[in-house]
Design a protein around this ligand. Structure first.
Ligand SMILES: C=C(O[C@@H]1C=C(C(=O)O)C=C[C@H]1O)C(=O)O
Length: 359
């Protein structure tokens, strides 16, 4: 049997080969970057990245799961894009928020990030060019849509270029070794609500001031580091950022709890894949007549477009109590049937983006 020393030598030699190949890969990436800049086209191609991961995962992968391959290659893609053109990514902060976790899951750990205090400021940063891409939450499958993001998509001239879906996993993190030593738990209201079962099982006898509400779960992690005998209910990334050991993981009530995020950009990134989705904001012209919505839905049916979501939002620019609709459909702006609808209802529809459907 080989000794650890011998095994490490084998690893070192493989690492040398990996590095050599990565350097070679980056030469091609740089070349692609040059061509993209010449043609003034976008750097980030999520469809191509997905294609690479899918292709590799379909080969012999030994002990490597698809998730492991994806994690490794997302970091490589992040470094590649940074080489093609360093890009700044803004996200709804604070650092350690689930939006930060979503951004890192797509852009990797080496990208340049800016954490911003509101969804509006993320839109502003992309509009002014301070950031190339912004990451904002759009929907949680337990709580519903994020209204501010819907409204800003309708009001601003930015496009959705991709979606990210991540499970909302909470952990209990603390410097204490045992839950018996914990005298308070910091967290955000929503996290307390989503971990009710766990809190009931372990802390039902505690007084009300045992649970301390703060603005964000990452602030909770920060406070739990500074305070003795305290814990935080927070995201993995928040525990990681503040080096707070995790005592219990995945303590949320629902395993199915998922949040959907959008990556927004000034430039639309149109590329067809085999599973696309298009988001639209629709303000019906004749909504004072019976059947206005029915006629819209009929138009979708006529061109065989499947509706994935329809949500109404108040129109804020009128005294009347009117609505516009946020609609997700199957298909891409480049598809003929989607084009037909966009042409037929061009005065009523704002195109928000076509992107790969990950739901
Ligand atoms: C190199 C490219 O640019 C980016 C980096 C990629 C990569 O590292 O393979 C893939 C897609 C793009 O997001 C490309 O478009 O092919």
């Amino acid at each position: 049997m080989k000794s650890i020393q011998q095994l490490r030598e084998s690893i070192d030699s493989i690492d040398d080969s990996i590095l050599k190949l990565l350097v070679k890969r980056m030469e091609f990436v740089e070349e692609i970057g040059r061509l993209k800049r010449e043609n003034n086209t976008v750097i980030y191609h999520p469809d191509r990245e997905k294609e690479i991961v899918d292709r590799l995962a379909s080969k012999y992968t030994g002990k490597l799961s698809k998730a492991a391959i994806e994690a490794i290659f997302l970091e490589i893609f992040g470094v590649s894009r940074n080489l093609e053109l360093p890009e700044i990514i803004s996200f709804l902060g604070p650092e350690g928020s689930f939006t930060h976790q979503a951004a890192e899951s797509r852009f990797g750990a080496v990208a340049d990030y800016i954490s911003l205090p509101s969804i509006r400021s993320v839109f502003d940063s992309v509009e002014t060019g301070r950031a190339k891409y912004g990451v904002v939450p759009i929907e949680n499958n337990q709580e519903g849509m994020v209204k501010e993001t819907m409204d800003l998509l309708n009001e601003r001239n930015l496009f959705i270029i991709s979606e990210i879906i991540i499970p909302v996993n909470f952990c209990l993190a603390s410097k204490e070794n045992s839950i018996h030593q914990i005298q308070k738990i910091y967290s955000k209201d929503i996290a307390f609500q989503q971990c009710k079962g766990f809190l009931q099982d372990y802390f039902s006898h505690k007084p009300e001031d045992f649970f301390v509400q703060v603005d964000s779960t990452s602030k909770a992690a920060k406070l739990a580091v500074e305070d003795t005998k305290a814990a935080a209910l927070c995201s993995h990334i928040a525990a990681k950022i503040y080096s707070l050991p995790i005592l219990f993981d995945n303590i949320q009530d629902s395993e199915a709890n998922q949040t959907r995020f959008f990556i927004i950009s000034k430039v639309e990134n149109l590329k067809k894949t085999d599973k696309d989705k298009t988001s639209l904001a629709i303000k019906l012209k004749h909504d004072d007549k019976p059947g206005a919505l029915l006629s819209l839905l009929k138009d979708f049916e006529d061109v065989q477009i499947n509706l994935l979501k329809i949500e109404s939002r108040p129109q804020k620019d009128t005294h009347e109590f009117k609505f516009w609709f946020f609609i997700d459909i199957e298909g891409n702006k480049l598809d003929d049937n989607v084009q037909q609808i966009l042409n037929k209802r061009k005065d009523e529809i704002i195109f928000l983006g076509s992107y790969m459907n990950l739901c």
